[in-house]
Design a protein around this ligand. Structure first.
Ligand code: SF4
Length: 239
């Protein structure tokens, strides 16, 4: 099985069965904290990079052969790149829901959520875990390093706001904190205003785990992370 991994114990999702729907390191970003190292294929083009039928047949076989699959908390669409680049994502979600009642989640860098069709494609999910590491273009470019500078953080934020209006499931917004770049408390107070507009069900604060891609990446102290959590309020948790 090449496109299914796990189930693995996930800090965010409990027992998670991963579905990889994109080739290794096809992405729109080259994040300083990416554990998959340098992005090898920058692209904005949505295509059926991994055939939906192959992913679905592997999943069906897994569910048939794994007697205790009901302990899985989520089937998580992710992989080693940005999963929303797969243009057949809607078909994959629809077909998963025909073969199992396990909730289905996706982990995304949010870059394509400004696209109406992308948001429609994922409307049947149970949970979306989008990332947002910055609220200004300069910080966005420092942390997430989009290869195509036509990608604007303002559009990503507006996409998240639209997603919240349209999507009936849960949204857990992840922020990766990088010392000296996005952990300034004044910046976090402005971040909070943006989060209030997005209105996710939860905010999850994360810090890079070693080895992060760039050796200069530094982690904020626990004291600073807790201060940030207290500023962002009761629906914010550390993961
Ligand atoms: S969006 Fe995800 S896969 Fe892409 S570079 Fe960032 S951390 Fe890596």
């Amino acid at each position: 099985m090449n496109h299914i991994y796990g189930p693995v114990k996930s800090r965010r999702l409990g027992e998670s069965l991963g579905l990889s729907v994109i080739p290794y390191k096809y992405c729109l970003f080259n994040c300083v904290y990416c554990q998959l190292k340098k992005t090898t294929k920058f692209t904005l083009d949505r295509k059926e990079y991994v055939k939906a039928d192959i992913v679905l047949s592997e999943l069906t076989q897994f569910l048939r052969d794994c007697p205790d699959y009901k302990r899985i908390d989520y089937i998580t669409i992710s992989g080693s790149g940005e999963p929303l680049l797969n243009s057949r994502i809607k078909k994959i979600i629809t077909q998963i829901k025909k073969v199992t009642t396990i909730p289905v989640a996706i982990i995304t860098n949010s870059a394509l959520l400004s696209n109406d069709k992308v948001r429609r494609d994922i409307s049947d999910l149970d949970l979306i875990l989008p990332s947002l590491d910055a609220i200004t273009q300069d910080v966005f470019e420092k942390i997430d390093r989009p290869n195509n500078l036509s990608i604007k953080i303002e559009d990503i934020i507006n996409g998240l706001i639209e997603l919240r209006k349209e999507f009936k499931g849960n949204i857990w917004l992840e922020i990766m904190l990088i010392k000296g770049i996005n952990d300034d408390l004044e910046y976090i107070r402005k971040f909070k205003e943006v989060i209030q507009k997005i209105n996710p069900d939860k905010v999850q604060l994360n810090i890079p785990s070693r080895p992060a891609f760039e050796s200069w990446v530094r982690i904020p102290t626990l004291q600073r992370v807790k201060k940030i959590q207290s500023i962002l309020g009761k629906d914010c948790e550390l993961i």
